[in-house]
Design a protein around this ligand. Structure first.
Ligand SMILES: [Zn+2]
Length: 270
């Protein structure tokens, strides 16, 4: 069975060094395998994760910045912008819009004017950061959208990658599959991805076993990572990175059975 695979990585921002992205994805990129990178236009450094015990800071913010109530535009990280621009020009990266400043549950709001403003301002920053990137896919921080934000994102013209729970019940027949490509009436696509398989919260061997299981069973799969998980908590390589490297070995040796694509390319070719 051939599997269509999209690799999505969330939370690239002003705080991201291209070295970290290269460490995780360099071997895939150098084999011509593309990644859909979800980029935060202006990450705020004072975001806390309210659903976790003790409301810790968002782990995508490096410890030295945590607590500063300031938005950091990605355009101020020139090394990252150069890296993104190069990879986009080589056709290896899709730049996706990942909210505006990654505030907690940023798009779980019903104020559609505010949603449109965030989309507009976020797009302006990303277009300045990576002028050659066609920005066509939206990913909500924490994968959570209100029904109003869901509708607005599609109406404005984005494809959407999200968890099945964020697809409003009146939009598609339930249950929404864990991994699916759904064609929306506006002509946009919705890609569902139920789980973050590689996470520092689980045993690396279990993460690897689970992903192999999905690869064997699914003909369409999205792997959603957070690059910072592989270096959790900004302390250098985490054991999770070894498990990921083992998966990369497997993907590279099994290329004939996998169709690697991005959200954007999938539209064009399917
Ligand atoms: Zn995020």
């Amino acid at each position: 069975m051939q599997t269509t695979l999209i690799i999505r990585d969330d939370d690239t921002s002003f705080f991201t060094s291209p070295d970290l992205l290269n460490r995780v994805y360099g071997r895939l990129l150098s084999e011509g395998i593309p990644i859909s990178l979800s980029v935060i236009p202006a990450h705020n450094a004072n975001v806390r994760v309210a659903h976790r015990p003790g409301s810790p800071f968002d782990p995508s913010i490096p410890p030295s910045y945590r607590g500063r109530n300031q938005d950091y535009p990605v355009t101020q990280n020139q090394a990252l912008c150069d890296f993104l621009q190069d990879k986009v020009q080589e056709g290896l990266l899709e730049v996706c819009l990942h909210g505006f400043n990654h505030a907690y549950m940023e798009f779980d709001m019903s104020d559609t004017e505010r949603v449109e403003q965030k989309l507009r301002e976020g797009r302006t920053i990303l277009s300045e950061a990576v002028p050659e990137a066609p920005i066509e896919t939206f990913i909500a921080p924490y994968d959570k959208l209100s029904p109003e934000a869901f509708e607005t994102v599609l109406k404005v013209g984005y494809h959407l990658s999200t968890r099945p729970e964020s697809v409003p019940p009146d939009t598609f027949p339930q249950p929404i599959p864990d991994y699916a490509h759904l064609a929306h009436p506006y002509g946009r696509s919705i890609f569902t991805c139920e789980e973050y398989i590689f996470t520092h919260r689980d045993e690396p061997a279990d993460c690897l076993a689970r992903i192999k299981e999905r690869l064997a069973a699914q003909d369409f799969l999205i792997i959603t990572n957070h690059y910072w998980s592989f270096f959790y908590d900004w302390k250098g390589p985490h054991p999770l990175l070894d498990a990921w490297d083992q998966l990369v070995d497997e993907l590279l040796s099994n290329q004939q059975n996998i169709r690697f694509t991005t959200f954007q390319q999938y539209q064009v070719s399917s």
